[in-house]
Write a protein that binds this ligand. Sequence first.
Ligand SMILES: Nc1ncnc2c1ncn2[C@@H]1O[C@H](COP(=O)(O)OP(=O)(O)OP(=O)(O)O)[C@@H](O)[C@H]1O
Length: 292
Amino acid sequence: MIKATIHKTLRSATGKMNLAIELDFKRGQFVTLYGPSGAGKTTTLRIIAGLLSPDKGSIEVNDCIWFDNERKINRVPQQRKIGYVFQDYALFPHMTVRKNLEFALDNKQDKAIVDELIGIVELEELQDRKPETLSGGQQQRVALARALVRKPEVLLLDEPLSALDIRMRSKLQDYILKVHKKYHLTTILVSHDIGEIIKMSDVVYKLQDGCVEKVGKPMTVFASNQLSGKFQFVGEVIDITKEDVIYIVTVLIGQNVVKVVAQEQEIVNLEIGDKVIVASKAFNPVLQKIEA
Ligand SMILES: Nc1ncnc2c1ncn2[C@@H]1O[C@H](COP(=O)(O)OP(=O)(O)OP(=O)(O)O)[C@@H](O)[C@H]1O
């Protein structure tokens, strides 16, 4: 479980911004922080990790107090059971993959965890190579494994997949979900990708100007009306064409292009570039714009 009340005055490009965030979710949940650039997502992760202190507030993780300004508790990052993965892999360039993982071991720790993680993220063939000889996705698998060496309770992921192409992203998402479940982690991901958020998260916090604007299950946060149906895909509108009295909306879903027939009232607020959910209604596909 994570319960946090975080207050901090930040300096944004346009002046001061008050970060005022309440988090409350269960152990084992996969939580995403979403919101525009500068909303306070990375700062929130850094505060949970102990890399930055709030001005006031408290952070409680699985019944252990990590921060409480009134009680003068502020555990250093090494005393917080976290794994942290950043967008830029931050691996040691002069060490092999295996050495990068071994370096993260605690003095007294059993080395068996390194072999276990190499197996789980399928790095066996790459373990003797240096990071610079690996692809971005492979390096990020190493960074993910390294973040898990000390058996954290909380995994913090700051846009770890944003530099990767769509195929690699999808593969990495599966690795992340696999380790999240296997090690009973509570995971907090920062992501801008709505499809990724819907695939991965139990709960999404939508941040705006340092505050939580909405919180809930991804479909509740992103879709204005509840959709039912046999399928639901998230995609991006790439074309809208009028044909007689109907419109054909072309939606890019992953690497696939889907054409959906729409009525005029369905497309009035729709523009090229909008994110939409394509769902089924009485066997016909329907579109709903995502409230990003
Ligand atoms: N240590 C700090 N002290 C004061 N202000 C800070 C500090 N760190 C970041 N800020 C400011 O806080 C604001 C929020 O930054 P943050 O990196 O958390 O945003 P973000 O939502 O993660 O954005 P992005 O999606 O671009 O990464 C920014 O305006 C930034 O300049």
